[in-house]
Design a protein around this ligand. Structure first.
Ligand SMILES: Cc1cc2nc3c(=O)[nH]c(=O)nc-3n(C[C@H](O)[C@H](O)[C@H](O)COP(=O)(O)O)c2cc1C
Length: 163
């Protein structure tokens, strides 16, 4: 049996939901949930957690993640692995590009293995807190301007994960 994989997203207008569902379709047997409708405790049942959010405000994560992140960070992560995905808009939010997911990263770093960092090559932005040690902390997508690049980026990313 492979790992039990959960994909948990927050979305404002549906882009992150669509990405989560795309990931789910590419990971056989995985479950996809909206974190707004999920208790943090439900994450306990899974070995591999793919957590994602779009960005709102000035580089913030969406409210459902803000509401749950403390409870999620308090879980026992023994034996678990996390991978992250974040959405943003490079052209309109170049100085806070895809920073929403950086807050999930900050809450979980040091508590659990986070894998799936990606190269910043091919993106055009000024600054992003989602860049740590010169790499994005996870899969980063701009569905506003580069939705056509999503499939290639997703497929390349999935190959790097220990699912
Ligand atoms: C009010 C507002 C604020 C935003 N702030 C940011 C931001 O700080 N950084 C960023 O990269 N994208 C930002 N975005 C872009 C969204 O993250 C992007 O459009 C994303 O694809 C939306 O996904 P969703 O439909 O799942 O919420 C913002 C969008 C809106 C509407």
């Amino acid at each position: 049996m492979g790992k039990k994989v959960l994909i948990a997203y927050a979305t404002n207008r549906g882009n992150a939901k669509a990405v989560a569902e795309k990931l789910g379709a590419k990971i056989p047997g995985s479950q996809v949930v909206n974190i707004a409708e999920t208790e943090a405790d439900a994450l306990k049942e899974y070995d591999y957690l793919i957590l994602g959010t779009s960005s709102i405000g000035r580089g913030e994560m969406l409210k459902p993640w803000k509401d749950k992140i403390e409870d999620v960070a308090a879980l026992d992560f023994s034996g678990k692995t996390v991978a992250l995905f974040g959405l943003g808009n490079q052209a309109y939010h170049a100085d806070t590009f895809a920073e929403g997911v950086s807050h999930i990263y900050d809450a979980l770093k040091g508590k659990v293995t986070i894998e799936g960092a990606t190269s910043t090559d091919g993106y055009k932005y000024d600054t992003s807190k989602s860049v740590v040690d010169n790499k994005f902390v996870g899969l980063i997508l701009d569905q506003d301007a580069e939705a056509d690049k999503a499939d290639v980026r997703i497929d390349a990313w999935l190959k790097t994960l220990s699912i």
